[in-house]
Ligand binder design. Structure first.
Ligand code: SAH
Length: 369
């Protein structure tokens, strides 16, 4: 009978994905002090090392043994698209072959990374590319963190990541604990040293998890994807609303604001002929009356195969005017990377459909902030 020789998983194990206690035990086996683990982590998180060989304060023999035993990352950049305005969109391949997307946005001194929390998305919002194939799985803490590192490692040495928006693929509240762990590393002085106040998390509105986030005692900013002023309309475009309802979501948002002192942003994707009427704007005024929230209107970004259209400029102006005349604080999301456009989840869809296809064809972006 033929015997199959399977590759040893251990030999290709990712350093970052391996639990710290196992790594310390491995160093002990090698006759090395436990602090070696701290050194390697520092190289990966702060030193931008792209190989063990470059970790020059480790003994050469140890670097070679590390290299035989581990890979640095569990994921890798499969494809990178760079826009004329500097926006970079990365397609990341995970160890099991799944794909996720993340984006780097450059604006003056800001270097913002937009990250994914799941492969696909289970929320099924009817206008969104990420949800079209449903959710495949949650990302691990390391897979979330590695998106930050892949993007950061592309920056020139004198630039650092300043902001994170959790607005890529997936619903962050459906994978909250791994996300919080990854963000802890992002904010740690021994990690990426970022400021929690520069981290924005966007949710479809899962009240229990929004409260959990509020209670986490962090200064993260919360954005709630509202998209409609009434349950009747929201049920049609955000299917999860059916079981939750606007009242519970707004209560949870109020709780977040009261607990953290951070103003909540309400996002509203404008879909032509669906939620863009004057009465929708007035409904939004009613709904948010008495709240301190800020409204971020998002012009719809085309998704191949979906029937929705973006608003004409004059309709957008009229919608904004109704909100502003009611003294609501409103901004319209700017579009980034128009020439490498790839609405959240669309680059992955395209890659799945035609792995060797032309990446610049028919891609549209929802990655702006
Ligand atoms: N699951 C989270 C994160 C989604 S992405 C959430 O629902 O908030 C961040 C924002 O982009 C959300 O408000 C989402 O509804 C919106 N979005 C998704 N697809 C879009 C598209 N094609 N055009 C414009 N905005 C889109």
């Amino acid at each position: 009978m033929e015997t199959l020789t399977l590759p040893l998983i251990a030999s290709t194990q990712s350093y970052l994905e391996t639990p710290s206690d196992q790594l310390r035990a491995w160093f002990a086996d090698q006759g090395e002090p436990a602090m070696r683990h701290k050194q390697v982590r520092r190289w990966l998180l702060m030193g931008r090392a792209s190989s063990f060989a470059l970790m020059t304060d480790l003994p050469r023999g140890l670097r070679e043994r590390l290299d035989e035993r581990f890979r640095l990352f569990s994921s890798r950049v499969d494809r990178a698209m760079v826009s004329n305005d500097g926006t970079e969109k990365l397609l990341i391949r995970l160890a099991d072959g799944n794909l996720v997307e993340c984006v780097l946005l450059k604006e003056a001194d800001r270097r913002t990374v937009c990250i994914s929390t799941q492969v696909g998305c289970g929320m099924g919002c009817v206008f969104c590319a990420s949800g079209i194939g449903g959710v495949v799985r949650n990302l691990s803490t390391t897979e979330i963190l590695e998106q930050l590192l892949h993007v950061r490692n592309r920056l020139p040495a004198d630039e650092r990541l300043s902001h994170v928006v959790v607005m890529g693929m997936g619903e962050p509240m459906a994978n909250l604990e791994p996300l919080l762990e990854a963000l802890d590393v992002a904010c740690s002085p021994e990690g990426l040293g970022m400021s929690a106040r520069h981290i924005h998390i966007s949710t479809v509105g899962l009240p229990a998890k929004m409260r959990r986030l509020a209670d986490a005692g962090k200064q993260y900013h919360l954005a709630v994807s509202l998209h409609a002023p009434t349950d009747a309309l929201r049920n049609q475009i955000v299917p999860t609303n059916d079981k939750v309802g606007l009242a519970a979501i707004l209560e949870a948002a109020d709780y977040f604001q009261a607990t953290t002192g951070r103003q909540v942003t309400y996002e509203y994707v404008l879909l032509r002929g669906v939620n863009d009427r004057a009465e929708d704007a007035s409904g939004l005024v009613q709904l948010l009356r008495g709240r301190q929230g800020h409204i971020n209107l998002i012009p719809f970004n085309d998704v191949a195969g979906l029937p929705f259209r973006r608003l004409a400029q004059d309709s957008l102006v009229a919608f904004v005017e109704i909100l502003r005349s009611a003294r609501l604080s409103v901004t319209v999301r700017k579009r980034h990377g128009a020439d490498i456009d790839a609405a959240c989840g669309q680059l992955r869809r395209e890659a799945l459909a035609a792995p060797l296809g032309n990446p610049s064809a028919e891609l549209h972006s929802a990655a702006g902030v």
